[in-house]
Design a protein around this ligand. Structure first.
Ligand code: GUN
Length: 289
């Protein structure tokens, strides 16, 4: 039985945002440029609306400019593309984020491909995905970046460790695997078709849940002492009829087995916006060059 450490992403993100605020102030004093982040929200998905509001508030708190564009759910694809092109051409905008998921009549890849890769603070453009894959400077997706920061803070060097990423999305699983490879981990990407998923997970020194299935990863899938990063944010209704948020990992079962684990909420989630702000400052710096 080990004592399981809690990885406090909320506190880490707060410290990071305070540091960024100082860096933004220095950058603006030296260059006269205020980094600007434009966020595009199409439709009224309530969870997305909450994220967008939080992004706007934290952007302003960090000393950056926030531009919010809310479009109705029935907006035509060409109008979304026209807005993205206008933001590409706007010198006050250094970062562009189009909130996903988009309504089903809009081709997500077409929208992402239209964003100027130099303003793609989500790191979703194929140019940034490709640059990450071949080891060039890139804007890196925020959630995976936040995961690696927490891992390095918890473990120090990640070199040589076995990392198992459960989930193969373009937003989290695939870029996270690339980042872990860059840290010299031995990386496995597992998914719904993986044979003996519990056995694969039990090999992991670093186990990442990024599938979006509530508490799918059980306590006895975790190698004793492993570091567990839970990217899942799943809303479930408990036996008492109340809604609560749970991750992809059965958190209570992991206690006494995992060496360290991120809670949900308060683990990876807060890191995503902090990394978005960091990417916006990076994009502004590259532009001023
Ligand atoms: N929807 C859920 N997570 C994200 C994210 O990191 N970026 C964008 N653009 N949309 C999301």
């Amino acid at each position: 039985m080990v004592e399981t450490r809690l990885i406090d992403g909320k506190a880490f993100a707060q410290t990071m945002r305070a540091r960024l605020k100082g860096e933004v102030a220095v950058f603006t004093a030296e260059t006269g440029v205020t980094p600007g982040l434009a966020v595009v929200l199409v439709g009224e998905d309530p969870a997305s609306a909450v994220y967008v509001r939080n992004k706007g508030r934290q952007t302003v708190e960090a000393g950056m400019a926030s531009f919010e564009h809310r479009l109705p759910a029935n907006t035509a694809q060409e109008d979304v593309l026209a807005l993205v092109k206008a933001l590409n051409a706007d010198d006050d905008v250094h970062g562009i984020l189009v909130q996903l998921p988009l309504p089903s009549h809009i081709d997500t890849q077409a929208v992402l491909a239209t964003i100027d890769p130099a303003k793609d603070v989500d790191g979703f453009h194929v140019v940034n995905a490709g640059r990450l894959a071949v080891g060039l400077d890139a804007l890196v997706p925020c959630t995976p970046l936040g995961c690696v920061m927490l891992l390095k803070d918890t473990l120090g060097s990640l070199a040589g460790l076995e990392a198992v990423v459960v989930g193969r999305s373009n937003i989290v699983g695939k870029p996270l695997a690339q980042l872990l490879l860059r840290e010299d981990c031995t990386v496995t990407i597992a998914h719904s078709r993986t044979r003996d998923l519990p056995g694969v997970c039990r090999r992991a020194d670093i186990l990442i849940g990024a599938v979006g299935r509530p508490e799918m990863i059980r306590g006895d899938w975790i190698k004793p002492g492993a570091t567990v990063i839970d990217v899942g944010i799943n809303r479930v209704t408990g036996a008492d009829g109340k809604n609560r948020l749970v991750g992809d990992v059965a958190f209570e079962e992991a206690q006494g087995i995992a060496g360290a684990i991120t809670p949900v909420p308060g683990g990876v989630g807060p890191m995503t916006i902090a990394c978005l702000l960091a990417n916006t400052l990076t994009a502004a710096r590259w532009r001023v060059g």
